[in-house]
Design a protein around this ligand. Structure first.
Ligand code: FE
Length: 333
């Protein structure tokens, strides 16, 4: 396995002779520390060689576009259905017919056109300060717009794709006008200005600057792994009969339109969806496996079961622009 340096020139980087040495070339917007152990395991099991390039999703997608049919990338890995959807819309990914993948990955966690597949699930849920709040006072995302939460809510910035996907799910569930009323209510209830990241949002709840917040659970998991004394835990909202469930998103992957080794890419994708690898892929970052019936990390298991929103995650992409404009209108920074 060889990690490629993003700073190298495009032509030099993927000179044909170089890529020829690889059995699979991956562009990954997921951190090297998360994907490297998985690539190494695959290489050990199969004897194949993977070359990869990690960068943020926008430059990787721009690169795939610029390289076009000359690209050496076979597989694109990223977080958030909004990003996967965009890669699909840009024509960067090809449909894959695989019974193995369709059986392994639930329908709401993959592209209806089979151009990408969710591989891990991230739940964007409520967290609360266990010393200041009785969880019986919590119920739904929507209820956080009510006046009783004035000055008690913390949120991450609306610039993050995670919140754009969350608001997209509100638009899908309630329509634009009602979604706008809810998000305006959230903004009215903020205890402090939105935070740059989920970690700071969680630490604000732990410090008692706010009672409740909306974050991805793996950030809480990582913080609690190091600091189990933090008085913060998870609440699963929208669980009552007839309610839509917890907002979930995915990290996932798709085979590039111009893949030179599409069979190898499909075999790797199917391997990623297998039970033992699902356990590792999700566990590495304290996420949830996309595949059902796979063991959870004990820390994650400790938060108890929840019912997810079954709306297809690709809707987050389709409604992303509308969600961004909505958040702008209500002054959600
Ligand atoms: Fe994240």
């Amino acid at each position: 396995m060889r990690a490629l340096l993003p700073s190298l020139g495009l032509a030099a980087l993927f000179a044909a002779s170089f890529a020829n040495a690889a059995d699979l070339v991956v562009y990954s917007a997921r951190n090297e520390q998360l994907v490297k152990p998985i690539f190494e395991r695959y290489e050990q099991e199969t004897g194949l060689k993977i070359q990869y390039l990690t960068d943020r999703e926008a430059p990787l997608m721009a690169r795939l576009q610029a390289e076009g049919r000359r690209t050496q990338a076979d597989l694109f890995i990223t977080v958030d259905a909004g990003n996967l959807w965009q890669a699909g819309e840009l024509g960067l990914l090809r449909p894959v017919q695989s019974e193995l993948l369709s059986d392994a990955i639930p329908a709401h966690l993959r592209d209806p056109q089979n151009r990408w597949f969710g591989l891990s699930v991230r739940a964007r849920t409520l967290i609360y300060n266990t010393e200041r709040l009785d969880p019986a006072s919590l119920s739904t995302y929507e209820a956080l717009a009510e006046p009783e939460w004035k000055g008690r809510l913390c949120l991450r910035t609306s610039k993050k794709v995670y919140n754009q996907s969350l608001v997209a799910s509100l638009i899908e569930a309630h329509g634009s006008a009602e979604a706008e009323r809810i998000v305006r209510g959230w903004v009215d209830n903020l205890a402090v200005a939105p935070f740059a990241n989920d970690d700071d949002t969680i630490l604000a709840v732990a410090a008692g600057r706010c009672d409740v917040a909306i974050v991805n659970t793996y950030y809480l998991g990582r913080l609690k792994r190091d600091r189990p004394e933090l008085p913060v835990t998870v609440f699963w909202p929208n669980q009552s009969e007839g309610e839509r469930g917890v907002h979930v998103n995915v990290s996932g992957a798709g085979i590039t339109t111009h893949a030179k080794r599409p069979e190898a890419a499909q075999a790797f994708l199917e391997w990623l969806a297998s039970v033992p690898v699902q356990e590792k892929f999700a566990g590495e970052n304290l996420e949830f496996p996309a595949r059902e019936g796979v063991a959870l990390d004990p820390l994650v298991e400790g938060w108890g079961p929840f019912r997810p929103d079954l709306i297809n995650v690709s809707r987050a992409g389709a409604l992303q622009a509308e969600a961004t404009m909505l958040m702008d209108r209500v002054g959600y920074r």
